[in-house]
Design a protein around this ligand. Structure first.
Ligand code: PGA
Length: 246
């Protein structure tokens, strides 16, 4: 198995002081084993955190970007601007943006294309709602999200985040995740051929210090996208150590 990836999604949390302290706590206690770590602070902290993590094993990511490189888009941030700060990754199509900012698959795909063009590694999120799961539509929804959100030749990271597991403290079970991974891999190969075999798939949704080890041991899980638990350096580092053990 290649190195696992642990991504911390801070969402809209982090003022200067606590963002710096959190990052320093992570940097000072990194295990010296093979795991890729990405922390994604809010836009306002990106410059500071990108500079703190420069020349360290921790990469800095953003939580969104625009699909254009510049122009009259008040309040937006382009992928070129992120790359200019030393940011290397960007989360795209997170369900919170799909749900509250009207992002549809096409928006996500355009942003993904733009991010790749700017040299960033996109982490594209997909996931079904509780209702879709209960009515047996989960696989159809995931298949359509892959088709709509990932451009041809996609070589970034996919994050499977069942919406019912995000921020609820109720992670998907090992058997749910195993089934989803099997489906997603088959779907990626069906849609992308040979390329689909190597796209890395993260799991996200209530990953914490207690369940990380079990989740990261599931075949084909390439790592985790961690929200709430990434705000606590101790919990985040426990998850990082769990990843490096696989
Ligand atoms: P959570 O969030 O770990 O707090 O469930 C995950 C995410 O939204 O990326």
């Amino acid at each position: 198995m290649s190195r696992q990836i642990i991504v911390g999604n801070w969402k809209m949390n982090g003022l200067s002081k606590d963002s710096t302290a959190r990052t320093e706590a992570i940097l000072s206690a990194l295990p010296d084993t093979a795991v890729d770590i990405v922390i994604c602070p809010p836009f306002t902290q990106l410059a500071a955190i990108a500079s703190l993590t420069a020349n360290s094993p921790v990469a800095c990511g953003a939580q969104d970007c625009h699909m254009e490189s510049k122009g009259a888009f008040t309040g937006d941030i382009s992928p070129e601007m992120l790359a200019d700060l030393g940011v290397s990754h960007v989360i795209l199509g997170h369900s919170e943006r799909r749900q509250t900012h009207g992002e549809i698959d096409e928006t996500v795909r355009e942003k993904t294309v733009a991010a790749i063009k700017a040299g960033l590694t996109p982490i594209v999120c997909i996931g079904e709602t509780e209702d879709q799961r209960e009515t047996g539509q989960a696989e159809d929804v995931l298949g359509w999200q892959i088709k709509g959100s990932l451009p041809d030749g996609f070589n970034g990271i996919l994050a499977y985040e069942p919406i019912w597991a995000i921020g609820t403290g109720l992670a998907a079970t090992t058997s749910d995740i195993t089934d989803a991974m099997t489906f997603l891999r088959a779907e990626l190969v069906r849609q992308f051929g040979e390329n689909g075999k190597t796209i890395q798939i993260l799991y996200g949704g209530s990953v914490n210090a207690g369940n990380a080890s079990e989740i990261l041991a599931i075949p084909d899980v390439a790592g985790a996208l961690v929200g709430g638990a990434s705000l606590d350096p101790e919990a985040f580092l426990t998850i990082v150590r769990a990843a490096s053990a696989h």
